[in-house]
Design a binder for this molecule. Structure first.
Ligand SMILES: [Zn+2]
Length: 168
């Protein structure tokens, strides 16, 4: 499925189903979206393919204190995805509202519901946690295996610095 920013400069394509979809009700996401919660679909980085434009990576403070890198269109500044240090570069948090058919990506879990705004009513039976959760207890085994494989691919592609340079 395709997605992109409002002005059309940044376009991307996602491949396959997301690893998991988070509705995040933390106050940081409320402020950054100007809304009641963020909606992020997590994909392996190489399942999110840039097809047009060059997003600008904006370092943005986060609740953990470690910040997140938000990929924004350099023209209209709409955020298309982000990377958190906790999940690393292997996982992109795609903003569901920028996908062509966001209705196909309902949240698998609502997180940080301790700061859910009072008029937001979760569907009966929705999975929800007051703060965060352990991936091992929530993610399907297939998603955990996909991330493990992605991390291994990134490691294999990493440039090994030449420490044997006699000139330094
Ligand atoms: Zn744009």
């Amino acid at each position: 499925m395709e997605g992109g920013c409002t002005c059309g400069h940044v376009r991307y394509r996602v491949e396959g189903r997301p690893l998991i979809v988070h509705a995040c009700h933390c106050t940081w996401c409320q402020r950054e979206t100007g809304s009641v919660h963020a909606l992020n679909a997590l994909w392996e980085a190489d399942h999110v393919v840039l097809t047009a434009g060059h997003p600008e990576l904006v370092h943005t403070p986060s609740a953990s204190g470690r910040g997140q890198l938000i990929a924004r269109c350099p023209d209209c500044h709409v955020a298309v995805w982000s990377n958190y240090p906790q999940a690393g570069p292997a996982v992109r948090f795609v903003r569901v509202g920028t996908l062509a058919r966001p209705a196909e990506f309902p949240p698998d879990i609502h997180i940080y519901t301790s700061t859910r705004l009072p008029w937001v009513v979760l569907p009966e039976g929705a999975k929800a946690v007051p703060e965060f959760y352990e991936a091992a207890s929530v993610w399907p085994a297939e998603s955990r295996e996909r991330v493990r494989a992605m991390r291994a691919r990134l490691k294999a592609e990493a440039v090994v610095p030449d420490s044997a340079d006699p000139g330094s």
